[in-house]
Design a protein around this ligand. Structure first.
Ligand code: ZN
Length: 166
């Protein structure tokens, strides 16, 4: 709980000077970003996002999982976003294991059989971006008028490189 206590202290300072409580719910820039949970990624900073600008959906790898699609559909249908940007990154932890490895570790650590569960690891970074953009394009829940692009963020240089442009 130590971190939680630190967070509460930090939040007291944040809230003391907070003055952006009147922002509308729909993202001002009409975009949803899907990216990795990696601690070295600060999407708001490397994409120039201000509070209220965008939906940022994060999971392990920034993959187009069923739950990512759930969030994107809500973002588009209910909150007016019209563009999706998928951002994967260099040195991603998702390239360090396979489903069999994690399934074995879960069995060893937890005694639970996770056979058949896909944790969506990948071995080719650029291909993973292309695959996820393609999955979105092929989803009947994401209509053709939604713009979809894909990029790779470099954790060493801070640069964003285009992989797929709509
Ligand atoms: Zn990652």
């Amino acid at each position: 709980m130590a971190r939680f206590d630190e967070f509460r202290e930090a939040n007291e300072r944040y809230a003391a000077s907070f003055d952006e409580g009147d922002l509308p719910m729909p993202p001002a820039r009409g975009v949803a970003v899907l990216t990795c949970m990696d601690a070295r990624l600060h999407p708001a900073k490397f994409l120039g996002l201000e509070l209220g600008d965008a939906h940022v959906i994060r999971n392990a790898g920034g993959r187009v999982s069923e739950d990512a699609i759930r969030s994107l559909v809500i973002s588009e249908r209910l909150l007016g976003t019209e563009e999706i940007v998928v951002v994967h990154h260099t040195d991603c932890g998702m390239m360090t294991f396979g489903n069999e490895d994690l399934t074995a570790k879960i069995k060893e650590d937890l005694g639970v059989d996770a056979t058949g569960r896909d944790f969506l690891p990948f071995s080719d970074l650029e291909q993973s971006v292309r695959d996820d953009v393609e999955t979105l394009r092929n989803s009947d829940l994401i209509p053709d008028d939604i713009s979809i692009s894909g990029a790779i963020y470099d954790v060493r240089s801070g640069e964003l490189r285009e992989v797929v442009r709509d």
